[in-house]
Write a protein that binds this ligand. Sequence first.
Ligand code: PLP
Length: 402
Amino acid sequence: TTDAHPTGRHFLQIPGPSPVPDRILRAMSLPTIDHRGPEFGRLGLKVLADMKAIFKTRHPVMIYPGSGTGAWEAALVNVLSPGDHVLMYETGHFAFLWNQLATRLGLKTEVLGLPGAEGWRHGVHADRIEQRLKADSAHSIKAVCVVHNETSTGVTSDIAAVRRAIDAAKHPALLLVDTISGLAGADYRHDEWGVDVSISGSQKGLMLPPGIGFNALSPKAIEASAKATMPRAYWGWAEMIEMNKTGYWPSTPNTNLLYGLSEACDMLLADGLERVFARHQRWAAGVRAAVQAWGLPIQCADPAVYSPILTGVMTPEGVDADAVRKLIYERFDCSLGTGLGKVKGRMFRIGHLGDSNDLTLVATVAGCEMGLKLAGVRLAGSGVQAVMDHFSAHPGGLLQGT
Ligand code: PLP
């Protein structure tokens, strides 16, 4: 019949938005309250403090109703002036889009990265940043922008190495890091790594629906924002920092998403971030074992920077990865990430983040394996067997911890 609908739970295996736990959905279903009332002030102070723990920072965190793209813009317009020279590193489609946004804002961007399709298979090479900054003796470069977890490829760059590169070049540029898909899934340390602005969003490791964007700041970034002259209104930090001191915002915050954020932080912090990171690493290793058993290349060509959040799977020449995804969606009710930009049709992405577990991932691998075979892809071996073997040999326990 025309109104037939799938039964059971949909497998949302894209690298964000990720599945939202029932506990968080229930928290968000509570009545919306007065965002200027006393109850809200307590909620505001709690989520602001919790997010400092998640970013591992002692400094202010900005919480915006907005998506990750908004938080990208917020970071740039607060610390830069019109026409400023910005160094960006292209690891994939999201780095490409951030550069496009910066260019549209009138910034003068310069892009580093390995050329061609190969560039999207590696992380940031910090030595290239160091070399470029050393050559900039006039200090015309005002900021270095990198993506921590490149969601389009499944590559997690070494941010501490980027900090060391900037320091080794004795360069005053600010370090701006997109950890939209990295935060609360991959190890992240805003203060320790000397990041000036960390950018994130709600719909990935935080296990929330889309709709919150974050900026975590450093004292140097706050100082820069007082002097920088790019036009900013909604995204301006100054008024927000003032009002956040008592748990309120200059405009209406997304109340129910903040209920969800409070619940998500309770879950993540009670579990402990190290356990959260360890289970993502374990899931990722299991999924990679499956891809390797199939004999298909992993999009990330450098094992040192494999993403704990998602794995990109390259399909053989002549096999349209989107056709495989469509088949898996239609036959098995499982959503996988599409190839973006220059890898469209050449790969698909399996998300393994947030509210997941071993059996969900075994089933996801099974859906992929059936779909690949139905699409006529000859596989070297069984990924399902490989992922089962991996999870069996590496116990995670009921709470999926270390
Ligand atoms: N940066 C990265 C690394 C992302 O993964 C995304 C979204 O997937 C974005 C930026 C853009 O964020 P949004 O789609 O929430 O605007």
